[in-house]
Design a protein around this ligand. Structure first.
Ligand code: SF4
Length: 59
């Protein structure tokens, strides 16, 4: 039996899974993205950087 009415589990707390994370620009050197949260204190985290206290899962 398939249970398709279950809420989606949130993603692991990593910057790449956070709503505040913007992926690297196509012309960027290196793989760092950008954190859009004004209070995180982290400007350019990698996708696999552990999430901070402001982590907000994309789902
Ligand atoms: S530093 Fe915090 S707010 Fe910014 S992308 Fe990572 S988890 Fe999200």
């Amino acid at each position: 039996m398939v249970l398709d009415d279950q809420p989606a589990r949130s993603l692991p707390s990593l910057c790449g899974n956070c709503l505040e994370w913007l992926p690297p620009r196509a012309d960027a050197m290196g793989g760092k993205g950008t954190c859009d949260h004004p209070a995180s204190g982290i400007l350019a985290p990698e996708a696999d950087t552990p999430g901070c206290g402001f982590f907000h899962s994309r789902r």
